[in-house]
Design a protein around this ligand. Structure first.
Ligand SMILES: NC(=O)c1ccc[n+]([C@@H]2O[C@H](COP(=O)([O-])OP(=O)(O)OC[C@H]3O[C@@H](n4cnc5c(N)ncnc54)[C@H](OP(=O)(O)O)[C@@H]3O)[C@@H](O)[C@H]2O)c1
Length: 506
């Protein structure tokens, strides 16, 4: 089988894709044909020998997978060959096959695809355990999430919102915060430019926050602890910054607050009944379309070292996934009798190929709330498009159309597309990502929260990705779709444009 192998400790550049032996199955294990492996922060640590678990060399990273059972150990009687399962394997998941103890393997509901199943346990499990079992979060309370754009941070935003809380998302740049807003964070703080404590005081009118979810540690931890309200909760989830803070205990005394260590893996082992109860709720939310982890990018097995490096470089919003083998998934017929709508999964390795939303009948759209759509194909913004837009709108500013002057005076020597041209591309790009069957009409109706983040220059390639945030049935029988859209520029990390687009289906 093929596997990504760590044979010496160090950075992801030392990982190698090699042909290796299929692992030998133990009597209490199942062998799984891995389809998808979620990338998690421990993958960045385990290859550097910095994680609490230290498998002997050589080993494959990857602790959260989805796949199909291909062999059963002698003492396993609760799985059969062919079962679709998710598993927490600790390591070994970035490979075509992995052996996992049957107690760490769980069946996937038939209406959930393996891609999304492969990222539903670790971050959702941690965030829900922290907020529910430890902080006992109540509706109306305010939660501060540090490292809010990451896997656990995103999960904490979504789950806190589902529990009725307000969320302040804190992250290191505007794009991550725009992403957190798309996940429904109420307020945002850019901790690379803003003073965390002052901003929390301003947002909460000096009251402070009831709960802090800290995934990063480092110097911000003390500021965050000082921002906890009386009787509040500080949840120590992780130290992604690499710095374990040394904080004076008197701060907790003065706040009358509780400081909780969060170790979800141990909770899942030691309190497996409570963990199972949590999972039933998580899966229900997912199947109801209320909870869905954002997939930043799907990487091939060869690209797994890049996925781990992107995580180290703080580039991932939500989750990265390694695709080892694609699943051709069709959701079963839904219970309103309309034949299944489905999110088709393209199987190409290219990360340009994302999900196309196929809507068969307008009433079927509700089940896709929370779905990621796209990204679509790259398209090039040419000078002709810019010129045509200028002549239609009579906006003839030289930065857009005067190539000679642009070459002389603009930093990259290129003309810049009108922001409204980029914005107007959304309709065109969106229609390529949504296929409509059995509906009378679909049109773009309005726009919310539009922001231009980065200029698009002539000959830049742009593409669209979107999240179906919400769906509202109207009294006239039509359905309003709320789509968070992001236009990306190739090779540039900052998006060009983010907005919530409102469309109507009849
Ligand atoms: N206790 C548990 O049971 C448990 C379970 C799961 C995860 N964890 C831990 O929780 C932490 C977050 O995990 P995750 O899956 O959310 O990771 P992630 O997706 O990589 O997100 C971590 C976030 O931390 C921020 N960050 C700040 N300094 C960083 C640095 N030097 N390197 C990388 N990121 C940095 C980044 O946001 P900005 O760029 O916006 O600052 C990043 O988005 C990790 O330490 C992980 O081990 C603990």
């Amino acid at each position: 089988m093929k596997a990504i192998i760590c044979s010496q400790y160090g950075g992801p550049e030392l990982l190698k894709l090699i042909e290796t032996k299929i692992p030998e199955i133990g009597e209490d294990q199942v062998l799984i044909d891995v389809h998808y492996c979620g990338v998690n922060f421990p993958d960045t640590l385990i290859i550097q020998n910095k994680y609490q678990f230290k498998p002997p060399l050589p080993f494959s990273p990857g602790g959260e997978i989805a796949g199909i059972v291909s062999h059963i150990g002698r003492r396993v009687n609760n799985f059969k060959v062919g079962d679709r399962v998710v598993a927490l394997c600790g390591w070994g998941g970035m490979a075509e096959q992995v052996c996992v103890k049957a107690t760490h393997v769980f069946p996937i509901p038939s209406s959930l695809d393996m891609l999304n199943a492969s990222i539903c346990m670790y971050t959702f499990g941690t965030a829900f355990y922290a907020l529910k079992n430890k902080a006992q979060l109540k509706a109306g309370q305010t939660v501060l999430v540090l490292g809010a754009g990451g896997g656990v941070g995103s999960a904490a935003i979504m789950i806190a919102k589902l529990m009725g809380a307000s969320v302040i998302a804190a992250a290191s740049n505007k794009e991550k915060l725009a992403y957190c807003k798309m996940l429904a964070a109420d307020e945002t703080i850019d901790y690379s430019t803003e003073n965390l404590r002052d901003k929390i005081k301003e947002i909460t009118s000096n009251r402070g926050v009831e709960v802090v979810v800290d995934t990063i540690g480092g110097p911000l931890a003390e500021e965050a602890l000082k921002s906890v309200s009386w009787n509040g909760h500080y949840l120590i989830v992780g130290f992604a910054s690499g710095i374990i803070p040394q904080i004076p205990f008197n701060l907790a005394l003065l706040k009358g607050c509780s400081v909780h260590g969060i170790f979800w893996g141990s909770f899942a082992e030691k309190e497996s009944n409570s963990n199972n109860t949590n999972f039933i709720q998580i899966i229900q939310w997912i199947l109801q379309g209320k909870l869905k982890q954002h997939i930043h990018q799907i990487y091939s097995l060869e690209e797994a070292p890049k996925a781990i490096d992107d995580m180290i470089q703080r580039k991932i919003n939500g989750k990265a996934v390694i695709q080892i083998k694609a699943e051709q998934f069709s959701s079963p017929t839904i219970n309103n009798g309309i034949n299944s709508s489905e999110l088709t999964k393209k199987t190409n390795k290219s990360s340009n190929d994302g999900h196309k939303l196929i809507i068969n009948g307008k009433d079927a759209i509700h089940q896709f709330i929370g779905s990621n759509i796209g990204p679509g194909k790259w398209i090039t913004i040419t000078q002709k498009m810019i010129n045509d837009f200028a002549s239609t709108t009579q906006d003839n500013q030289w930065v857009h159309i005067d190539e000679v002057k642009a070459a002389k005076y603009l930093p990259e020597g290129k003309t810049v597309a009108h922001g409204y041209l980029t914005m107007s591309m959304v309709s065109h790009l969106l229609f390529e990502l949504i296929e409509l069957n059995e509906v009378n009409s679909f049109y773009n109706y309005g726009l919310n929260k539009a922001r231009f983040i980065n200029p698009v220059k002539v000959n830049d390639n742009i593409r669209l990705k979107a999240i179906l945030e919400n769906v509202e049935s109207q009294s006239n029988g039509s359905i309003k779709l709320f789509l968070s859209c992001i236009i990306e520029i190739e090779g540039i990390e900052k998006p060009a444009y983010v907005a919530e687009i409102i469309s109507i289906i009849n």
